[in-house]
Design a binder for this molecule. Sequence first.
Ligand SMILES: [Zn+2]
Length: 335
Amino acid sequence: MKAPLIISLALLFMGCGIIAEPEHRSRFELVDQGNIVPPFSADSAYSFIQKQVEYGPRNPNSEGHRLTRDYLVATLKTYAGESMVYPQHFQVEGYEGEILNLTNVIAAFNPQATDRIMLSAHWDTRPRAEEDYNATKQLQPILGADDGGSGVGILLELARIMAAETPPVGVDIVLFDGEDYGHTTDIDKYFLGSRHWASNPPVAGYNPRFGILLDIVGSVGATFPKEGYSRRYAPTLTNNIWTLAATMELDNYFLDIPGGLVADDHLIVNEYAGIPMVNIIHYTSDGNSVEFPSHWHTHMDNMDVIDKQTIDAVGRLVTEIIYNRITPETAADDN
Ligand SMILES: [Zn+2]
């Protein structure tokens, strides 16, 4: 994911008009339903992160990328069922004429439910390490244990849980490819997977209540401010998620402070698919600034930075939302 593009993107979208949460606010309420919530295993999620990292860097067209794609499809099929996983293959022209073979990996749980939510992360890793202190290694692809791997690991653990216990709401896991491909100043080469997904929707009229994006969610001492685009496009949902986190005593991670704007896949989903999506992402901010952790876009982004307590905090929060915070549609429609 991407920080320095904030200004250019803000300008890019300035003329678009902002339609935040146009429909019923009740769709974004997170009310205790009194349901039993299955346990989230941080150990299991950690293993899912480790597995990805063992394939090596997952930058487009690399061997690690191909192996991880096949692993994600196979793993999700074991949990969602063979016919409920859709690998959305596509090609994009990369740098120097290289054709990138990319795949968004999509899995549907409780497929009969018309009332759905969407959970996303990006599964590719960066082909460069511009922020690394060692200049000779800046052109080498990163392992991305945190930047990419952590969000995917948490979602795979959720897939495992949902296979064992059907969630009360429909849940679609959408793992985007090609999020982190572009050079720092080249916005067009970022978010390749979410752009393709938004302009080629696999399901016509797809209209989940909302989406949650997990990016850089696994390292020790992570802090998640209320990200700027999330506040802009999904203010009620953002506030409700952070309030729930406080209720769960996770407010040392989920800081009740406004964060600066971070361009990420959720921006594409909000802007082009019209689905309110919140980004849970680790950075620090004074309200406008964006500062990512020191391992960001460096070769330090490996398993050494991954922390089970952070994974547990994020995983438990999302599990709680899925199993115990969505008011059934009939009641919600009364508002
Ligand atoms: Zn990144």
